[in-house]
Write a protein that binds this ligand. Structure first.
Ligand SMILES: Nc1ncnc2c1ncn2[C@@H]1O[C@H](COP(=O)(O)OP(=O)(O)OP(=O)(O)O)[C@@H](O)[C@H]1O
Ligand SMILES: [Mg+2]
Length: 250
């Protein structure tokens, strides 16, 4: 008997084939993803790099059930062909298994750091007590124990991004999507963030998919995938250096 650890797709958390995404532009269509095959493994920090407009955010959106591709399929965890499910089931899947971190933090202005994290856990069905315990632990893990009761307006950019990371990690997601998570941060805060993503992969076994422009982040990656003009042009495995330093240029 074999033990099923990660669903039907072995080590792959995501396996996508032939993704095509088109957007309407006047009377014609622009093809933004031109038949992309993509996979990502549990425990890997997979970096997706490429020029502005190459389709990185579009790829993440089609992989994560946010944007329906015109062609292709996405297998994730124990789901065969994500886009065949109803939108309600896709939303539920995303809530249960995926964490998201974006450049703009996406925090609720009125909520404290603790509440930002609790709200997601309660929405997932945890009791108030459990949500509070898990949220506190997640914020402590990112070094925000002393900031639990503060609202976004008085938090620094680096602290806000750490709240967003705690919110994404609190549910212990099997897949973590990060789109330019360090681009609004200085070197020191960028380093804190990329180390937390590294740790989510290594210690929590998450498949971390991180879109970035910053070649300095490659030092932490297990794999670097390059995309240009809607096509994967390079895919290299890499030995991460968890002690790499993201020097700040001032
Ligand atoms: N909803 C949309 N409607 C029309 N065109 C879109 C839409 N979303 C994205 N595009 C176009 O698709 C292309 C790829 O966009 P995408 O956001 O995926 O690029 P990106 O690689 O993430 O770029 P950046 O590094 O600037 O974030 C761009 O030319 C963009 O203008
Ligand atoms: Mg983008």
């Amino acid at each position: 008997m074999t033990t099923k650890v990660h669903g039907n797709h072995g080590d792959f958390a995501i396996e996508a084939k032939g993704l095509v995404k088109r957007f309407k532009s006047g009377k014609s269509f622009v093809e933004v993803l031109k038949g992309v095959d993509f996979d990502a493994r549990h425990g890997d920090l997979t970096m997706v790099m490429g020029p502005s407009g190459s389709g990185k955010s579009t790829l993440v959106a089609t992989l994560s059930g946010l944007l329906r591709p015109e062609e292709g399929r996405v297998d994730m965890l124990d789901v065969d062909d994500l886009w065949k499910m109803s939108s309600g089931k896709i939303d539920k899947f995303r809530l249960d298994h995926c964490g998201f971190i974006f450049q703009g933090f996406n925090l609720f202005p009125a909520l404290t750091a603790l509440q930002q994290v609790e709200v997601v856990l309660k929405f997932q069905g945890l009791s108030s007590g459990d949500a509070k315990r898990r949220a506190t632990a997640a914020l402590e893990e990112v070094g925000l124990g002393p900031r639990l009761h503060q609202r976004p307006t008085i938090l620094s950019g680096g602290e806000k991004q750490r709240v967003a990371i705690a919110r994404a990690l609190a549910k212990d997601p099997q897949i973590l999507f990060a789109d330019e998570p360090t681009s609004a941060l200085d070197g020191e805060n960028g380093q804190i963030v990329i180390r937390l993503l590294r740790r989510a992969a290594t210690e929590h076994g998450a498949a971390v998919i991180c879109v970035t422009h910053d070649p300095r982040l490659e030092a932490w990656a297990d794999r670097v995938i390059k995309i240009e003009d809607g096509k994967i042009v390079d895919d290299q495995r890499h030995t991460p250096d968890p002690n790499a330093v993201l020097a700040s240029h001032h």
